[in-house]
Design a protein around this ligand. Structure first.
Ligand SMILES: NC(=O)c1ccc[n+]([C@@H]2O[C@H](COP(=O)([O-])OP(=O)(O)OC[C@H]3O[C@@H](n4cnc5c(N)ncnc54)[C@H](OP(=O)(O)O)[C@@H]3O)[C@@H](O)[C@H]2O)c1
Length: 288
């Protein structure tokens, strides 16, 4: 049974793939969906699409922010915090995979900046409204987190992109950061707040994430597209974590699509999680 009617749900990366499919399902269940996207045109096109799937009473609106820019994230988070006293669901879904190293204007390696740091800051900014609603945080990670290695170089060098770069390693590192952050946030949250936080692998899916590079991993995934899962499968897994009432008390877990499974051993390294947390606070200049 879902409990999404009238619930306020913020979804990042809402104009494509898993995020778009999740928004369609949330709106179809009567939720108030806030799509967080970086491009107005792509966001508006997706908003109209989601509205076509919406149940009576559902609302769909667009909020703009580039997750690679901490200033943008801070502005969007503050706008949302001032507009919504309560927030029922936050889906940290936007993600990139870059074969070549890119440094953001803030001075961070782009994969880590978008996939982890921007979402870390957004979550901190939205914690109060999430607490008011006893909300749910869903961090879209990946089975690729199992190849993550955040001790191969000093953590700050990985964040700054000054250590050796290999695209899929950087992606796996960022997805490990998603799971470490999930578990650490679950430990830190005051039990009285009743906010839950879980990580999700949405499936291996035919989405645009594989279109952005001409390297062997992306080319292989493009060839495999007819055999990959549809984005809807990932969207359904998100919607279930967002609204299934039987999952209400579940927190600090890792889900592979619909099943709870053990995360990689590295994701349970509390010392590493705490170092990751401290560095993320320092770099986002936000109290955690
Ligand atoms: N597809 C898979 O097989 C797979 C497997 C495991 C995990 N995942 C995870 O699933 C999540 C969703 O990916 P997807 O497969 O649905 O890929 P996708 O179709 O490429 O969607 C990614 C979304 O992230 C947004 N995004 C990228 N950079 C951004 C930025 N700087 N600021 C704001 N938004 C940004 C994109 O917006 P634009 O349109 O503006 O680029 C897009 O809406 C990711 O976290 C990914 O790691 C995917």
């Amino acid at each position: 049974m879902t409990e999404l009617q009238g619930k306020i749900c913020v979804v990042t990366g809402a104009n494509s793939g898993v995020g778009l499919s999740a928004c369609r399902l949330l709106a179809a269940s009567g939720a108030y969906v806030v799509m967080l996207c970086r491009d107005r045109q792509r966001g508006e096109a997706a908003r109209r699409d989601i509205e076509r799937h919406a149940a009576k009473g559902a609302e769909v609106e667009l909020e703009l922010a580039d997750l690679a820019s901490l200033e943008d994230v801070r502005r969007a988070g503050e706008r949302l915090r001032s507009r919504f006293a309560r927030l029922d669901v936050l889906v940290n879904n936007a993600g990139v995979y870059r074969a070549r190293r890119e440094i953001t204007p803030d001075g961070f390696e782009r994969t880590m900046a978008v996939n982890h740091l921007g979402h870390f800051l957004l979550t901190q900014l939205l914690l109060e409204p999430l607490k008011t609603a006893a909300g749910r945080v869903i961090n879209v990670s990946s089975e690729a987190h199992r190849g993550g290695n955040l001790t191969r170089s000093p953590l700050e060098e990985i964040f700054r992109g000054t250590s050796a770069y290999q695209g899929f390693q950087a992606y796996s590192d960022s997805k490990l950061a998603n799971v470490l952050f999930t578990f650490e946030l679950a430990r830190r949250l005051d039990h009285a707040s009743a906010v839950t936080v879980n990580a999700l692998h949405p499936g291996v899916l035919a989405t645009r994430i594989w279109n952005q590079n001409a390297n062997p991993v992306s080319l292989f995934m493009r060839v495999m597209k007819p055999f990959l899962g549809r984005p809807r499968r990932g969207g359904a897994a998100v919607a279930r974590l967002a609204g299934d009432s039987s999952l209400r008390p579940v927190t600090g877990r890792y889900f592979k699509e619909l099943d709870e499974v053990p995360a990689a051993q590295a994701a349970h390294d509390e010392g590493l999680a705490s170092r990751l947390w401290r560095l993320s606070v320092e770099l986002t200049d936000e109290r955690g």
